[in-house]
Each structure stands twice: as structure tokens, then as C-alpha cells.
Design a protein. Structure first.
Length: 330
């Protein structure tokens, strides 16, 4: 039995609906009356179904009709089909409601530690029926997940190379990097520091495959310096925070991480000029892809949270962190 020739083109949902009605009422005449369809139409539909499937679906008698063993199999499948359709309609109604539904977000570890939670908190406070799923990874991995439709959108640092043609990017804010240590570190009390002063200190470096890792390397090269002494390599925010709290280590944090989490941590931004231009943080979506309303709602909240951050634009005035650094130098 060929699906395309015999089934795909010849069996319709309306036919299955009529078969279900006939089985339910036990009579073609009663089914016709219930469905407001003529008896000949009912009879022809059943005959066409039997011809398409190549088996008898109903046993006819003077007392009415009764499904055959083949008919019961088709009826069982028909019930499942219509149940799935009803569930699909309910899911569509759920998805079209901007105050409910599920959202899948991909982002990097630093943004998951500050900016993304701030957006999720704002979104879910106003819409308690929204469920947010998150995954973390490199920008390349996140873009791949987006293309494979495993996530709805990505929030990440913009890549150096041009984005794939099927991806659309929207600028949220620029993300400078800062040298950070724990409050107990002796360097936390210094007012004038250069990168050269910190070469021999134990650094927590970011992995080379991370977006910010190569930026740190570029910063030292820009100053004509060798790489500092690497004590730990990790992009884990909790691990870096714990090590910084010992007062022994240095690392680099992005502005958004400090903006949203610094008040909960005993960290000190060192007055070190980082000679690397800020990189933009963008929302990445698939072009020509219909987004569920909750995804669009998340993007709107992300824009508002980005606006609330200091120096959201590239050439805006210095943030509170930068002003603090400037005052320390003076």
C-alpha cells in the first residue's frame, strides 16, 4: 500500500470524522442526521475510505452498522488523531498568549550571571505563567543551536567574523572589560596601576575558546607585554568569585556582570586601563522565522534592561564603575 497514492491523497480528516460519527451512532442515517449531511454522502464517504484502504471497515445489517476488526483499528487511530489536533489547538492558543508559554534562551556564562537573570526576573514578575529554559555555551555552539531551532534566541557578544546570512542581530549594549580582584588583595588599595604591574600576579584566565579569552591576550599584546602568570583557567563565574574572595587572584569581568552582581560580592575594580575596544552584546534570532509572542516580549524587556545600564551606548558617558576608576587615579 503506497501512502502517497492511496492514503495521502485520498484520506481526509473529514472522512475520519464521518467514520467516527457512523460508529458512534451505529447507523449511517443517524450519523447523517447528526452531521447534517445527506445519507448518500455518508455512504459514499465510507465506500471511498474502504476502497482507499483496501479493506471493509463496517459490517452492514438491517440493525445498522458495526465496525470490523479493520474498522476498529482505523477508529482507534482516528480518535488519537483528533485528540492530538485538539491538543495542538490548545498549545497554539497557549503559544499565541504573550503572557504564557515557554521560551528557550541561549547565552554565555558571564551574561547568564548578570544581564540575562535581570531580564528573566523582569519578564516573569509581570507574566507568572511564562517558563524560561536556558542553555549556556560558546557563541558558535549557541548559533548552531539557534539554526537547529533548539532555542528561540541568543544573547551573546558579537562575533568578529560576519554573522551567518540566516541570522539577524540587534545591538543591546557595549560591554567593556575590567580588571577585578578581591577586597583583601593588596592591589585593591593602590590608586595607580598599569597592566605591566600585574604581570607576575596569579591570574584567573578565561579559556581560549571563550569570546573574552582572546581579548585579554590582545590587551597585553597591545601594551607590548607578555601574558601574565596564569594560575587558573576557567570561565565559571562562581569559581572565579570564590577564588577572588581569597584576596590572592586577579581576573577580568565584563561590565554587565559587575553591574548586576558586584553589590553581592566583595570585589574591587582596579584602576587599570584595558586597551581593548568594547564589544557589542547582541540579540541573535533567525531571519524569516516566526517568533512566539513570549520571545518578542522577552526581547522588549531585554531592551529596557539594557537601557537601564550605565553607558549602554558605545560613546556614552563613563559609567559609575569608570568614574570610580577615574577618581581613584586622581
Amino acid at each position: 500500500m503506497h501512502w502517497t497514492d492511496r492514503i495521502g491523497r485520498r484520506v481526509r480528516l473529514r472522512d475520519l470524522h464521518i467514520l467516527l460519527a457512523v460508529a458512534q451512532w451505529g447507523s449511517m442515517a443517524k450519523a447523517a442526521e447528526h452531521l447534517a449531511i445527506s445519507h448518500p454522502v455518508i455512504s459514499k464517504t465510507i465506500s471511498d475510505l474502504e476502497r482507499a484502504l483496501g479493506v471493509r471497515l463496517l459490517d452492514r445489517s438491517s440493525q445498522g452498522v458495526e465496525p470490523t476488526v479493520y474498522g476498529r483499528e482505523v477508529l482507534n487511530c482516528s480518535v488519537a488523531v483528533f485528540d492530538e489536533l485538539r491538543q495542538s489547538v490548545k498549545r497554539i492558543e497557549f503559544l499565541t498568549d504573550p503572557t504564557a508559554g515557554e521560551l528557550r534562551i541561549g547565552s554565555s556564562d558571564p551574561l547568564m550571571a548578570g544581564f540575562v537573570p535581570a531580564v528573566i526576573d523582569r519578564l516573569t514578575r509581570a507574566n507568572s505563567r511564562i517558563v524560561v529554559h536556558t542553555i549556556q555555551g560558546t557563541v558558535a555552539d549557541l548559533h548552531r543551536a539557534l539554526r537547529e531551532r533548539r532555542i528561540d534566541l541568543v544573547i551573546a557578544r558579537q562575533r568578529h567574523s560576519p554573522s551567518e546570512q540566516e541570522l539577524a542581530e540587534e545591538l543591546l549594549f557595549y560591554e567593556p572589560l575590567f580588571v577585578v580582584t578581591g577586597m583583601q588583595n593588596p592591589w585593591a588599595r593602590r590608586r595607580k596601576i598599569s597592566l605591566a604591574d600585574l604581570i607576575d600576579e596569579p591570574w584567573i584566565m578565561l579559556p581560549a575558546e571563550s569570546v573574552a579569552g582572546p581579548l585579554i591576550v590582545d590587551a597585553f599584546r597591545e601594551c607590548g607585554l607578555p601574558m601574565p602568570r596564569t594560575a587558573v583557567v576557567s570561565d565559571s563565574i562562581p569559581l572565579r568569585n570564590s577564588l577572588l574572595a581569597t584576596g590572592r587572584f586577579l581576573t577580568v569581568f565584563a561590565r554587565s556582570t559587575l553591574h548586576f552582581t558586584a553589590k553581592h560580592l566583595s570585589l574591587k575594580v582596579l584602576p587599570v586601563k584595558f586597551p581593548i575596544e568594547s564589544r557589542p552584546i547582541v540579540i541573535v534570532t533567525l531571519k524569516n522565522r516566526t517568533m512566539v509572542p513570549v520571545a518578542q516580549l522577552f526581547i522588549e524587556h531585554a531592551r529596557e534592561v539594557a537601557k537601564s545600564m550605565p553607558a549602554a551606548a558605545k560613546h556614552a558617558r563613563a559609567s559609575a564603575l569608570e568614574r570610580a576608576i577615574s577618581s581613584q587615579r586622581n
